[in-house]
Design a protein around this ligand. Structure first.
Ligand code: ADP
Ligand code: GLC
Length: 468
């Protein structure tokens, strides 16, 4: 079985969040004796594309309404990933130093059209086309409705919703950007009076998956306007929990961290990484270290951090370290706290892959007070690195973290996203840290939890088989 993933992000080529991690890992685990899996993504002007070599394998021209664009399909020449990866290069639209911006409608539409035009020329068509999020949401519609893609009608396609908050809306005035289709079915593109790529994909895809079972349930009542549609299409929807790439996220082999470790060497391993972090950020490594890594957006609950941290840091015996970027107001409030709490709070506002690994390794607790968390990978990375997750029980966080008050519990969970509950959860962490015997036993316990992709990758294969 030949599977192709169509995605806007893929680690290590271009990463904004967890979508990249998933698309950079799942295909590795789907390359087996029976299945082969590959990825096609846009060719951005980023570090990875500057540093590697690519071979052009196809060249043509596509129409976006009245405009014509030259495009090429490139293949990564070096064997640096464990799967084949192809790129759509539309120099006039896609080759920019950002992944997402104001011009996404045209860029991602051109990406999808070029990818499908190229696939039409294959000797044998793929067995499954797997689309990810709204950036590739018009693909299921085009496969079903666009005249020029008639040949794909019998090819199963799947949509995975990583995040239903973002839907790619654009005006019906731009409907002519989509390759000609049977206009009687234009309603398939519409949701609430706009063209909604995510909604169109939910309607047209053969199967719809979300990245955790709980998120699938939650979408029925909270899907940024798509609740009714998801309820209507529920028979083809299923939640499949993400896994993590244990080759990339392995404290025993991770090149980014200061000292490697496993369950047996966890104490000196975490100590060395924590000391390095504390030296770098002017913190005291004898105190429990609470960290956050992520996008500073409402979904992550990060707007409450300035207030919550001010309260939590009244306790001088703990430290907080934050790595993230996003909302400018939150960024500046978090920056401002640095002076007030010098010595037990610090923040790096920005994106830094290496630092994130050292934080997973060196922190004692990882904070995730998310309002919405379709899956969340951070908590699974934290577990693998022996860092205790403190999470709001929602979506994938609910499916992967059990509170220490329950049988075999290993994390700290709270129900609501409020300043009170965040600070209370930090206090519970502080109490747990004081009981070093229990704290250390839990660290070793969580390192053994298996969240590798094996189980979920085979769930996807079963799903593909069921529609082939
Ligand atoms: P989301 O995709 O919603 O942002 P996930 O938990 O699925 O959340 O994945 C986030 C990914 O992005 C993780 O790999 C995390 O380590 C990484 N990440 C987020 N923010 C940063 C940052 N500022 N620097 C480095 N890595 C980050
Ligand atoms: C999205 C979600 C996140 C999930 C990731 C990968 O970005 O916000 O919860 O882990 O996709 O599926």
């Amino acid at each position: 079985m030949n599977i192709i993933h169509i995605s806007a992000e893929c680690y290590p080529v271009a990463k904004v969040g967890g979508l990249a991690d998933v698309v950079g890992a799942l295909p590795k685990y789907q390359n087996t004796a029976e299945t082969s899996s590959q990825v096609i993504m846009p060719f951005y002007d980023v570090k990875f594309t500057k540093e590697h070599n690519f071979t052009p394998i196809f060249e043509s021209e596509l129409d976006l309404g009245e405009e014509q664009y030259q495009f090429r399909i490139l293949k990564l020449s070096e064997n640096v990933l464990d799967f084949d990866i192809f790129f759509v290069d539309v120099p006039d639209l896609i080759f920019k130093d950002y992944v997402y911006s104001f011009d996404d409608t045209k860029r991602f539409l051109a990406f999808q059209i070029a990818a499908l035009d190229w696939m039409l020329t294959w000797d044998s068509l793929p067995d499954v086309i797997h689309c990810h999020d709204h950036h590739t949401g018009l693909t299921p519609f085009m496969l079903q409705e666009s005249h020029k893609y008639e040949a794909f009608r019998k090819i199963p396609n799947i949509l995975t919703i990583h995040n239903a908050q973002y839907q790619g809306w654009f005006s019906h005035d731009n409907v002519n950007l989509i390759p000609p289709f049977n206009f009687n079915n234009v309603g398939l593109l519409d949701w609430g009076g706009q063209i909604n790529p995510l909604a169109a994909a939910i309607k047209c895809a053969w199967r719809v998956t979300t990245v955790s079972p709980s998120y699938m349930e939650e979408l029925k009542t909270n899907a940024n306007g798509l609740e009714h549609l998801l309820a209507q299409e529920s028979t083809k929807c299923i939640g499949v929990l993400n896994g993590i790439d244990t080759k990339v996220w392995n404290p025993e082999t991770d090149d980014y961290i200061v000292k490697n470790y496993n369950e047996k060497t966890i104490d000196p391993g975490k100590k060395a990484n924590k000391e390095h972090l504390c030296d770098t950020f002017g913190l005291d490594s004898n105190k429990p270290l609470f960290a956050f890594i992520g996008r500073l957006v409402g979904e992550k609950g990060s707007d409450l951090f300035p207030e919550a941290f001010k309260i939590a840091l009244q306790n001088p015996d703990l430290s907080i370290l934050l790595l993230g970027s996003g909302n400018k107001d939150t960024e500046s409030q978090l920056e401002a706290l640095k002076d007030t709490f010098k010595g037990h709070y610090n923040a790096f506002i920005g994106y830094d892959e290496k630092l994130s690994h050292i934080i997973y390794a060196g922190a004692d607790f990882l904070l995730m007070p998310s309002r919405v968390e379709p899956c969340g990978l951070n908590q699974m990375y934290a577990l693998r690195y022996g860092t205790i997750p403190i999470v709001r029980s929602i979506g994938g966080l609910k499916d992967t973290v059990t509170d220490i008050s329950e049988d075999n519990g290993f994390g700290i969970c709270h129900d609501h996203v409020t300043v009170d509950e965040i600070t209370h959860a930090i206090e519970r962490g502080d109490q747990l840290y004081k009981n070093q015997t229990r704290f250390k036993a839990l660290r070793t316990q969580i390192m053994k939890i298996d969240h590798s992709w094996d189980a979920s990758a085979s769930q996807y294969i079963k799903l593909y088989n069921s529609i082939n």
